[in-house]
Design a protein. Structure first.
Length: 277
C-alpha cells in the first residue's frame, strides 16, 4: 500500500502515526507526501491510501485512477466532505482499519477543471470568497472556519460575471452569487448539492443568479439542508462537459482549495474505486 500524507491537514494528525496504525493492522506501507501523488503507482501498490482533507483526496484519486487500484480515504482534514458524503468513519483507528482491510468498493466519477482533479465540486462566487476568508481561520476554528468565512463572504462579496454552458448549450449568462460544477456535490463542511450523484457519470451544474443580498440567508440554509434546487431562482443543468466563463481574474474553490478559474470542467465517469466497507 502507498500512503499519501498531508502534514498540513486540518486535524494535525501526522503521517507517521497513520503509517504506524496501518502497519499494526498488517499493511505493508510505503509513505510519501501527497505532493508526489503522481508517482504513487510506480511501486505497483495493491491500493493507494490518502490521509488528509478533500484537497488531498483529489490528487490521490487521480493517482489511483491512473494506476487502476482502489483508493482508501483516511479523513484527517478540516472538512472531510467526501468522507462525510460516503459515510466513511471519522475515527482515525476505524478509518485505518477500513483502509487496510476493507474490501467493498464503490465506483466514483473524477472531475477535472482544466486538467486539475476534483472529487466534490468546483465553485465560483460566494463559495470561493468564503474559502479565501476561511483559510486563515482553520487553525483556530477548525470546520467552523467555513461557516465564519461564509458569513463574511455573504456580507461583503459581490456577484461574479458568468456565462455557463453544459455540453455546448448555454444555460446561463449574467451575474451570479454562486456557480457550482459538482461530482459528489459535497462542500463547505456539511453542505451538499441535492441531486448530485458521485457515480452517475455526469456533472451537475447549479447557478444562483444575482439578487438582493438579503436572500443569501435563505440560500445558505437551503445549501446546508441540501435543498438548493427547491429555490425557484436556481438554474440547474447536467452534462459531461461544462464551460464556466468567469474571466481571467476570477478564482474558484476546488475541493476546498483556491485555484484559477477553469475554462472547461469535464468528468471521467467511474474513474476511481473507493474503499467504503
Amino acid at each position: 500500500m502507498v500512503l499519501l500524507t498531508n502534514e498540513g491537514a486540518g486535524s494535525g494528525t501526522s503521517g507517521d502515526r497513520v503509517a504506524a496504525l496501518l502497519r499494526s493492522l498488517g499493511a505493508d506501507v510505503v509513505a510519501m507526501p501527497v505532493d508526489e501523488a503522481g508517482g504513487a503507482g510506480a511501486a505497483g501498490p495493491e491500493r493507494i491510501a490518502v490521509a488528509g482533507g478533500d484537497g488531498s483526496v483529489a490528487p490521490a484519486a487521480a493517482a489511483a485512477a491512473t494506476a487502476g487500484v482502489p483508493l482508501a480515504v483516511i479523513p484527517t482534514g478540516t472538512a472531510n466532505d467526501l468522507a462525510r458524503r460516503l459515510g466513511l468513519p471519522d475515527d482515525l483507528e476505524a478509518a485505518c482499519r477500513l483502509a487496510a482491510r476493507g474490501d467493498r468498493l464503490r465506483r466514483l466519477d473524477l472531475g477535472r477543471a482544466d486538467g486539475r482533479p476534483f472529487v466534490n465540486a468546483v465553485t465560483a462566487g460566494l463559495s470561493a470568497a468564503a474559502a479565501r476568508r476561511a483559510r486563515p481561520l482553520k487553525g483556530v476554528l477548525g470546520a467552523g472556519a467555513y461557516m465564519a468565512g461564509a458569513v463574511a463572504a455573504g456580507l461583503r462579496a459581490r456577484p461574479v460575471a458568468l456565462r455557463a454552458c453544459a455540453d455546448g448549450r448555454e444555460v446561463f449568462e449574467g451575474r451570479a452569487w454562486l456557480a457550482m460544477a459538482a461530482c459528489s456535490g459535497a462542500f463547505g463542511a456539511g453542505s451538499h448539492l441535492d441531486g448530485a450523484d458521485p457515480g452517475d457519470g455526469v456533472l451537475d451544474l447549479a447557478v444562483v443568479p444575482a439578487g438582493p443580498r438579503v436572500r443569501l440567508v435563505g440560500l445558505a440554509y437551503a445549501m446546508r439542508a441540501g435543498r438548493l434546487s427547491a429555490r425557484p431562482e436556481v438554474v440547474r443543468a447536467r452534462g459531461r462537459r461544462l464551460e464556466l466563463g468567469l474571466g481571467p481574474e476570477a478564482a474558484v474553490n476546488l475541493d476546498g482549495d483556491l485555484a484559477p478559474a477553469p475554462a472547461e470542467v469535464v468528468v471521467e465517469p467511474g474513474a476511481v474505486s473507493v474503499v467504503v466497507g
